[in-house]
Design a protein around this ligand. Sequence first.
Ligand SMILES: Nc1ncnc2c1ncn2[C@@H]1O[C@H](COP(=O)(O)OP(=O)(O)O)[C@@H](O)[C@H]1O
Ligand SMILES: [Mg+2]
Length: 251
Amino acid sequence: MNEKPDFSKNANMATTAPAFLSVWDMHSYYGESYIVQGVSFNVHEGEILALLGRNGAGKTSTLRSIARVGEPDVRHGEIWLDHQPLHNMTSYEAAAAGLGLVPEDRRIIPGLTVEENLQLAQIAPPIGWSLERLYELFPRLGERRKQEGVTLSGGEQQMLSIARALARDIKVLLLDEPYEGLAPVIVDEIEKTLVHVKQQGMTTIIVEQNAVRALELADRAIILDTGSIVFDGTASEVLENSQLREEYLAI
Ligand SMILES: Nc1ncnc2c1ncn2[C@@H]1O[C@H](COP(=O)(O)OP(=O)(O)O)[C@@H](O)[C@H]1O
Ligand SMILES: [Mg+2]
């Protein structure tokens, strides 16, 4: 986990292929508050990674650091996506390079319909999933395409927020607590769509307080504690390790 991937042209790709998304020794601050304290991990193409840890562990800060959103300020470290360095990019450039952040507060744009929210994401090429394909994935959004986005239920707004990320041509989907505040039946529905999106080849990082649900979906998991990684392994290793679950996840 702590080995820096070799991106040099002479690397033997058959045995040392770099990860699709690679975060190396990332340190981030809010002003003088030192939050992300040397985080390194890899995500392979097509994989779902669960990023877990207690409230305040630094999960959102890690996602925001990767997405280059400004705060927190990444003062050290490298972030690579599909051979492109993201660590010197602005959030706009990182989005154009293929990062799709679905923030915790969903950010549906007021005054716009469902369809207009999606079309706005498709203004700048390259365009990702078509409206038709998105409505196939989320039939509820198709039925409500003319409805103002902010009048949707919480679950439907979450679907719209995910659909909006897919409407751009993204390489990695970063989900911050997508299940928060949603009824189990809606969580089931969103989980099914995330499985479908994975089957289409998408690479995903999911941050969730609902660790069990996230682990059901994920191939791998990392656990953060006070801004450092305390576990990196398979999802089933976490489910089978009661000490890890109790100490860091309270499950
Ligand atoms: N805008 C901010 N300014 C200062 N500190 C912050 C800010 N946002 C989060 N923090 C602090 O950073 C730490 C990690 O927060 P966060 O990444 O939101 O954790 P998580 O998503 O795991 O719950 C917490 O101690 C939190 O209080
Ligand atoms: Mg958070």
